[in-house]
Design a protein around this ligand. Sequence first.
Ligand code: SAM
Length: 312
Amino acid sequence: MPENKKVDWAEGKWKEHLIEARKYLWREDSVEMFAKWLPLKQGMRMVDVGCGLGYNGWTYAKYFLSGGSYFGIDISEKLIKEALENSHNWSNGEKVDFQVGNVYDLPYENNFADITICQTLLMHLEHPEKALTEMKRVTKLGGLIVCVEPDNLSSSLRVGYSSLPEISIEERLLLHKVKLTVCEGKKKLGYGDSAIGIKIPKLMQDVGLEGIEMRNNDICHLIQYPYETEKQKQNLEMIKKQNEKTEKADYSNTKKMFLAGGGTEYMFRKYKKIVLNYSSKMKKIIKEQLESDSFFSCYGGSNFFIIRGKKS
Ligand SMILES: C[S@@+](CC[C@H](N)C(=O)[O-])C[C@H]1O[C@@H](n2cnc3c(N)ncnc32)[C@H](O)[C@@H]1O
């Protein structure tokens, strides 16, 4: 998914992403395990930076919010307004606060929180180390700093298995090369780092955190008849929607990042041709497979990490 600085997470497909992609992002039993592993305790004060609609609040509320408090902060005024309205559904009368603000300058005093958390925030920032330093500042001595961030680069380089015809090895290598180059370009342009997840333990060490540990998400991306689970149904619906789309994809942002990463105009044309050829050929095949329930796809898990460090 192309991303840049000007992304407004309160709008259109970005906002939809915050809702749809969050529905099955972490499994209920994993959340319970992480709550024990961190560990969360009732009565804690949590600051959630780049909170969006408050995902970390409602996801972990039952493990810390009784007698505790939640402070969500986000740069988007619209998201904060909506998050506050929604919070009545999960706050259970406990203290919940949402504020507009910037991760580089958090409006909390030193040593304010027992736990300061972010999810898919650092990956979009130009200066993740500054954000982490600020998260550390507002966390109490002995408190936790928790980052939930993916490595979308290695995830996108994995090899899947599906009911669709394969492209050649040369073409696949070219697609990978473009992804690697786009990732480099994105960083150079200051749009963030899609592979940040894997770098966070080192970043945490650099800002002086201790007791650093990380875990991975256990979700696997499987779609296979009879498409029984809610997650499979949701994925199938997304594929259907995508396949029915008639408007042309906009490659301008990807191209900008690719060129910034050192790619050439010639290679980008080649890449675009492969993608457009493949997707126009696949349209009919996907439609037929969806109608005959023969579509399947398995591409393993994602590298989506939860990393914790301690301020000591
Ligand atoms: C991918 S969304 C994640 C939202 C939420 N954590 C979740 O997982 O659903 C990234 C969020 O970070 C916010 N954001 C981006 N830059 C920020 C900054 N400098 N300070 C605070 N929030 C920021 C965006 O408005 C957006 O809501």
